[in-house]
Design a protein around this ligand. Structure first.
Ligand code: SAM
Length: 274
């Protein structure tokens, strides 16, 4: 085994060519081949020297290499595309104790049970399943020490949005209640192969300890309120409460306000009130 097994690996472009890993749109495939950029994402994930770093969608393995280079104790990478799983075989063979590649759909696998705690998720997410994956992780956020994720920039803006802004919505309330949200940096479309149509952004989510016991109630209330965001709350909340006027007045919230005027805390109080 060479001193630095990473240095002995072929360049990612060669791996892609050898395994005929032409990007497939249906799988949201946009690959990052610039090691400096993937190193930056790995660094953003913090200390990886304990527990398990879970990577979703490793593709040809650029970010996976960076996680290993950053000292990840153990990486479990979940990939749906069989061609990519095959392309990762050399990397897995070079790090038999530190890298496990699992073929599968991240939406169907319970990531909270992979490897040992502390668990953290790091991923350049496939755009088409990024939001459903995030919602699922929010429901089990305490299982993770942190989530360092790349989304379309517009999604990161929604996650971090403040009340009374256009981007503020259901995803902002759910994410900010469950996690501390720190937008980190943008990555230009030109950094990807093939380039997507939009700018991407990396965000770090740190799950909070004090969260509502039943997230599904907060999901229901925010779905009702933002589902009809132009309506007054007394009307839009009819789907979530028998008597929205009574609930709003008990909480000293204006029945004529609109969803975007309520803070995250206001929504949590609503969700807790039956
Ligand atoms: N991490 C790689 C990189 O940065 O170059 C690839 C990122 S690419 C945006 C998304 C990856 O997720 C692809 O490799 C794709 O095959 C994989 N993927 C798509 N849907 C998936 C799913 N449901 N479960 C697991 N992996 C998936």
């Amino acid at each position: 085994m060479p001193d630095d097994p990473l240095a002995a690996l072929p360049p990612l472009r060669e791996v892609i060519a050898r395994h005929e890993l032409a990007a497939r749109k249906a799988l949201g495939q946009h690959f990052l081949l610039d090691g400096n950029l993937t190193d930056r994402i790995a660094r953003a994930a913090g200390d990886l020297s304990t527990g398990t770093t879970i990577e979703v969608g490793p593709g040809p393995g650029g970010l996976t290499r960076s996680l290993l280079r950053a000292g990840a104790h153990r990486v479990v990478a979940v990939e749906r595309d069989r061609r990519a799983v095959a392309a990762l075989a050399d990397l897995a063979a070079a790090f038999p104790d530190r890298l496990e590649v699992r073929e599968g759909d991240a939406l169907a696998i319970d990531l909270a049970r992979l490897g040992e705690a502390p668990r953290r998720v790091v991923a350049n997410l496939p755009y088409n399943v990024a939001t459903p994956l995030l919602i699922r992780w929010l429901r089990q956020a305490r299982a993770f020490e942190s989530l360092t994720l790349m989304f379309q920039k517009e999604v990161v803006e929604r996650l971090a949005a403040q009340p009374r802004s256009k981007a503020y919505g259901r995803l902002s309330v759910l994410t900010q209640h469950v996690c501390e949200v720190t937008p980190l940096f943008d990555i230009a479309a030109s950094a990807f192969v093939p380039p997507p149509k939009v700018v991407s952004s990396v965000v770090r989510l740190r799950p909070r300890t004090e969260v509502i016991g039943d997230l599904s109630r907060l999901e229901a209330v925010t779905a009702a309120a933002f589902g009809q965001r132009r309506k007054m709350l007394r009307g839009s909340l009819k789907g979530a409460f028998d008597d929205p006027d009574a609930v709003l007045s008990r909480l000293h919230l204006s029945p004529t306000a609109r969803a975007e005027e309520l803070s995250v805390g206001d929504f949590v109080r609503l969700a807790r009130s039956g």
